[in-house]
Design a protein around this ligand. Structure first.
Ligand code: PMP
Ligand code: GLN
Length: 385
């Protein structure tokens, strides 16, 4: 086909295909066990699938209201109030989105202007910086350092200046599994108190917090919630990453701006899924079960790898486990995961993909949201290395 490529000037010259797509494709090509891209290899609950079918057959197949179907927004409001104690108005402060990715992009687009700075924490989830840049903003990187990847609040304080429009936080954190503490939230609260900085809190792993730790949602802190977009995803919570349904919470004035963008980005989200989720969400006990499920998988994974040559890094939340592989190889993390996939049949994510400059600390990320059989097969291969 004739190409006009020579006339194109890319808006994202440094960006290629996401590492998740690249590694999943490589896993498939080599028939490897895919512990790279984050998604479960087991199915969603049968009752949830039955509800989807039921609502589709009952005729809920036309455009849902722009902000999401009212029953789902009400169920979200009840959940947030019962878990974190804050009341969001379903009419004006909650919007259902096509995945967390869209919610993040929409919030950034609604707020960030050319010349604005947005502080992100590195290693950083891959969608944030391109979304900031496409809106003319500049990502500013605060470092989370090995081995525990805790935020350095003195550094954040130094990075804040009059151009700082937004800070994006993510707890539990992908890829490192770090969970921020109450002290972290208070430090952040103090730093933003006398500023007009808006927060964007990515809490998609809110229900995967292990041991004695508690999920410190921004919604628990009035000095944070008053200025925050809070994003969660049903994809993670109900094993339905392919449905792409999530939500955003924010005070009325911020949400009004969010919806101005949302209505022209997607307008509205898949209707039958929303009814099915509204119904399913009200069933008791799910969050406790989910946490126990993933804590069990984390423990099996860590126990087996403890006897391997991989060095385990802490994992307090998410369904990801990071490891150092320096005792096995001195390759870069990208060639190492490629060889692991090709020669040993297990795919992982090189953590350098989460650094702007591709910084390579010899750390890779495994996803343990997999069936017992898949985990066992993968572990048998990994402990031999
Ligand atoms: N934020 C983080 C930290 C994630 O890990 C993911 C997906 N794995 C997303 C956002 C995107 O979620 P969704 O699939 O709902 O768009
Ligand atoms: N967020 C998932 C991960 O970290 C992948 C989502 C995606 O493929 N974009 O693996």
């Amino acid at each position: 086909m004739p190409s006009y490529a020579h006339t194109l000037s890319s808006r994202l010259p440094q960006v290629g295909t996401t590492i998740f797509t690249v590694m999943s494709a490589l896993a498939q090509q080599h028939g490897a066990i895919n512990l790279s891209q984050g998604f479960p290899d087991f199915d969603a609950p049968a009752d949830l699938l039955a509800l989807l079918d039921q609502y589709a057959r009952a005729g809920h197949n036309q455009y849902a209201p722009m902000a999401g179907v009212p029953v789902l927004r009400e169920a979200i409001a009840e959940k947030v109030q019962s878990l974190y104690g804050l009341a969001y108005d379903p009419d004006t402060e909650i919007t259902v989105t096509a995945g967390a990715t869209q919610a993040l992009y929409t919030a950034i687009t609604a707020l960030v202007r050319p010349g604005d700075e947005v502080i992100v924490f590195e290693p950083v989830y891959d969608s944030y910086a391109p979304a900031i840049e496409l809106n003319g903003g500049t990502p500013v990187y605060a470092r989370l350092s090995l081995p525990d990847y805790r935020p350095d609040w003195a550094e954040v304080a130094r990075l804040i200046n009059p151009r700082t429009r937004m800070i994006i936080l993510n707890t539990p954190h992908n890829p490192t599994g770090t969970v921020w503490t109450a002290d972290d939230m208070r430090q952040l609260e103090a730093l933003v108190r006398d500023t007009d900085i808006v927060l964007l809190s990515d809490e998609v792993y809110e229900h995967m917090v292990f041991d004695q730790a508690r999920h410190e949602s921004v919604t628990r802190y009035s000095g944070l919630a008053e200025r925050a977009f809070v994003v969660s995803s049903f994809g993670k919570t109900y094993h339905i990453t392919g449905w792409k349904v999530a939500y955003c919470l924010a005070p009325r004035e911020l949400m009004a701006e969010f919806r101005k963008v949302h209505q022209f980005l997607v307008f509205t989200v898949h209707a039958p899924s929303q009814y099915a989720l509204a119904d399913f969400m009200r069933r008791p006990g799910w969050y406790e079960q989910l946490k126990a499920l993933y804590q069990g998988k984390r423990d099996i994974f860590r126990q087996a790898l403890a006897s391997s040559r991989f060095e385990l890094l802490p994992c307090q939340g998410t369904y990801f486990q990071c490891v150092k592989y320096g005792a096995i190889s001195d390759e870069g993390d990208r060639p190492f995961v490629e060889r692991l996939t090709r020669e040993h049949g297990v795919a992982a994510i090189p953590v350098s993909a989460f650094y702007k400059g591709g910084d390579d600390f010899g750390v890779i990320r495994f996803c343990f949201a997999k069936s017992a059989t898949t985990l066992q097969q993968a572990l048998e291969r990994l402990v031999k290395l």
